[in-house]
Design a protein around this ligand. Structure first.
Ligand code: BES
Ligand code: MN
Ligand code: ZN
Length: 502
């Protein structure tokens, strides 16, 4: 992770290879920013504004060579429309622009406190946090298997300096930076796991990562192996694993640093390390990205990391059923009937609807903690991508308060969620002629029928299901999100849990 430090000053007084300054487009605030952060450049920048080369509109950016060094001007847009997401994006844009130069040390200037106070419904600290997150998340690359090119110096950052030109605000930078560093690390853990190919990230690898994190952060971590999974009668996880060369794992992590006697929150993450579809095999074009079918597990592990590092005053349990979904000789056949860990029987109409089978056993396991709430995170259906594209996570559940809290957390982090209904009419679509349930709905409403299936395994506990099939993996980079695994869910869930004190 990049070194990140807080400073007070202006470009002539802060040592950096490039200085990025965000400007709002409103005339007076544009001028105030100019007066306070770069008074020496008044003539030059006012000239640019008059010629409309740079007016502070969102997405605008310009580089100037000055006596104080390279200056990047970034547009924040109209102050009336400013929010923390704009701040994240402006920070990301600054880093992307800076990456086109050899500039190991970047100074990123905070918007004036006056702007923050006036328009953002958040504190100065939160604004700093958003800035650092946007900047650092934008510099992510999955390069574990690429040899470094020493001649490639552009985009090789060493240090990010967060600078305020508001006197007395330097001390207020620290908290925001600290939290942003933890969150960015957590998202990076999730992105790396998602992007890791299936021959590297196996169920065993996920278990080892969890164990290593548990040791490092003092989180009680237990890994159930195949025998123990059998002893728990997890028919869903065992069924999906039948066609695999790898043994399944069931990961249980429990964070409770102060031995609090609270009801825990339980996070459940889908850990399908590769989804070939099984015998109901996927076409080649749809199969390639299925190394990322453990992105729910990745999000849960990333969140666990953030919560433990931030020492949130809660109890948190993470459950990850982990297997790949393959076509070996012993693979599940369409038509097979499985008995899940709560005794319910399931007719497997399609072996590609495997996520719900392994999640069902994990949701049953979650109930033993008598949780305050259960939240599962899964790349569960293509149908949710059809409904919401990659912009929004699909949310379903049985508890309005829980879903409202998640919605609010999604709004604040811009990891937005949108609820789809679980009306009673959908129930019939999951009924089987010969078993308690089937794992396939009809042709329509696939995201919803998948959730209807899960609902049979959560008992009476407050529960929300997050279908991140669209948001966890991107075909094209956008803003501070890379192509490939995004780490979706980590910021959302951490923000949600920050608000929980039960
Ligand atoms: N992992 C997939 C869902 C998925 C699709 C995730 C696209 C990310 C991008 C899941 O296991 C799956 O195959 N779902 C099927 C369910 C169907 C057979 C009911 C689907 O969505 O097609
Ligand atoms: Mn599948
Ligand atoms: Zn899957």
């Amino acid at each position: 992770m990049l070194k990140c430090t807080g400073h007070y000053g202006t470009p002539d007084r802060v040592a950096a290879d490039v200085h990025a300054i965000p400007f709002p487009s409103d005339k007076t605030l544009f001028s105030k920013t100019l007066n306070q952060i770069a008074p020496d450049l008044k003539g030059l920048i006012n000239d640019l504004r008059e010629k409309e080369d740079f007016t502070g509109k969102a997405d605008e950016s310009v580089m100037l060579m000055t006596e104080a060094g390279r200056i990047i001007l970034v547009g924040l847009g109209e102050v009336a429309e400013l929010d923390v997401e704009r701040v994240r994006r402006a920070a990301a844009q600054s880093m992307k622009k800076a990456a086109t130069f050899v500039a190991p040390v970047v100074a990123l200037y905070c918007p004036l406190e006056e702007i923050v106070r006036k328009v953002l419904p958040v504190s100065f600290e939160d604004t700093v946090q958003a800035m650092v997150e946007g900047a650092l998340l934008a510099t992510y690359k999955y390069d574990a298997f690429k040899k470094p090119k020493p001649e490639q110096k552009k985009g090789q950052f060493k240090e990010l300096k967060i600078v305020t030109a508001d006197e007395g605000f330097q001390s207020r930078l620290k908290a925001g930076i600290q939290e942003a560093l933890i969150i960015t690390e957590a998202v990076t853990i999730a992105r790396n796991l998602s992007n890791g190919p299936a021959n590297v990230v196996s169920p065993e690898t996920l278990a080892k990562e969890a164990m290593a994190m548990g040791k490092k952060l003092n989180i009680k971590t237990v890994i159930l192996n195949k025998k123990e999974i059998q002893a728990n009668k997890m028919g869903g996880l065992l069924g999906v694993n039948q066609g695999s060369a790898h043994e399944p794992r069931f990961i249980v992590m429990e964070y409770n640093d102060k031995k609090r006697r609270l009801k825990p929150y339980v996070l459940v993450g889908k850990g399908v390390t590769f989804d070939s579809g099984g015998l109901s095999i996927k076409p080649a074009s749809a199969m390639e990205e299925m190394k990322m079918d453990m992105s729910g597990a990745a999000a849960v592990l990333g969140t666990m990391y953030a919560v433990a590092k931030l020492k949130l005053p809660i109890r948190l349990v993470a459950l990850i059923p982990a297997t790949d979904n393959m076509t070996g000789g012993a693979a599940l056949c369409p038509g097979d009937i499985l008995t899940m860990s709560n005794g319910k029987t399931v007719e497997v109409k399609n072996t590609d609807a495997e996520g719900r089978l392994i999640l069902a056993d994990a949701l049953v396991y979650a109930q033993r903690f008598k949780p305050a709430a259960i939240i599962d995170v899964a790349t569960l259906t293509g149908a949710v991508v059809v409904a919401l594209a990659s912009h929004v996570t699909g949310m379903m559940g049985n508890d309005d308060d829980l879903m409202n809290e998640l919605y609010e957390a999604g709004d604040r982090t811009y990891e937005r969620v949108w609820e789809l209904p679980l009306f009673q009419e959908y129930e019939k679509m999951m009924e089987s002629d010969i078993a308690d349930l089937k794992n396939l709905g009809g042709r329509w409403g696939g995201a919803i029928t998948a959730a209807i299936f899960l609902k049979h395994f959560v008992g009476e506990f407050p529960w929300a299901h997050l279908d991140i099939a669209g948001t966890a993996m991107l075909e094209e980079a956008k803003d501070y999100q890379p192509k490939g695994g995004t780490g979706a869910g980590v910021r959302l869930l951490t923000e949600f849990l920050k608000g929980c004190k039960e």
